[in-house]
Write a protein that binds this ligand. Sequence first.
Ligand code: PMP
Length: 453
Amino acid sequence: MSGAHPDPARVAELKAREDAAFVAARPRSQELWAAGQGVMPNGVPMSWLRTSYDHPPLFIESAEGSRLRDVDGHEYADFNIADMSMFTGYGPAPVVEAVSRQVARGSQYLLPTEDSIWVAGELGRRYGLPLWQFTLAATSANTEVIRIARSLTGREKVLFFDGKYHGHFDDVLVELEGDHLVPEEAGLPHDVTERTLVVPFNDLASLWQALASREVAVVITEPALTNNVGLLMPDAGFHDSLRELTRNAGTLLAYDETHTQVVGPGGLARMWGLAPDFVTVGKSIAAGIPLGAYGMTEEVAAVLQRPGGRDDTKPQVAVGGTLFGNPVSMAAARAAMSEVLTDGAYAHSQRLGTRLADGLSGVVTEAGLPWTTHRFWPRSGVSFSPAPPRNAVEATTVLDVPLRRLMRVYLANRGVWDAIIGAGPTCSVAATDEDVDAYVAAFGELVGELGVG
Ligand code: PMP
């Protein structure tokens, strides 16, 4: 152990042992992966899946409630919940019933159903914005928000905070390298960095410097950053200043609640009384059936309104997709919000989140480790640092990728499916005390084996 980080040699030794055990116990997954390689790059339906985990891919047989079952018969208490999209748990009966009924009546008409009115109204009640539109994913909700903001403001630039993730679309796939922007991945236009600004989270001076040019159409941020950087909480007063500075600069403000919606109905926007121009959501809002949505103020919505139908005198904002807002997604969202994502269900997941945080913090304290435990309603997790990071640079410095990778395979071998790297484990509304206790026990065993307990 040196400072907050365990001995790398011990981490590597345990990793080799756990990787071998993982592969040996999963022959059917290995067979399917080999077969997949003949027909799909990396042997999986999205090539990046292979690189999002360090261990070989796991093929899944089925899932129910809080549990995943792989094709080799192993069961896992699931704290990744498909990167937050299965916060409802797997196969909640009201969603199964509503979706089955809707598929039998027709999956898509490209005409509205009554459910869309209920879903838009309920999102409005939860998030406090009156008018809503639908897509198939949060990525496309964010894309459309940007187009609407550009059209309204006549400005091209978009601002994000360092450490963000808002989906895979060009404007957002740039990152800070030192003090300049670079494309995050290959395949992006060479000038992709020219329309995007990225500033450190919690840094109001840099934010104002970027906004003052009055070239920024919209700021998109999660209320607390929950992705590549683990968890970054806003400083006290940060959101009030963000709202004031964006207003002063004539810039619109969008909160992306795709992940943070799990804290309760209306996400952090409602909990913290935020006043954005847009909110975007996706993932668990329709229980993992594809649906993205964005809410907006009346003023913003005016750019889309055409009460008399086609209007060639008014520019048409580039929005839309054939399967967006389809009746199956709407039926799923209605069932999920009316019968699964209830106040009682959020309260249950929050109680378990606290149980998880208490358990992790107990292990950390007993081992005398200088680590911090997050408390984020249903979500928890450990930062390998004595104080929580405030921005992406601090978060990256303490990340310890080899230790994270060891943690995930170690937990998987003990029937616990951990969050993807950097993200914290989250208790779904279907999770149980036993699931949480299994997570804490496996984490405690690992700390013991690392020789720091
Ligand atoms: N916004 C946030 C905050 C997210 O975390 C994600 C996915 N991790 C997205 C948007 C994109 O969601 P999707 O991939 O479902 O479009």
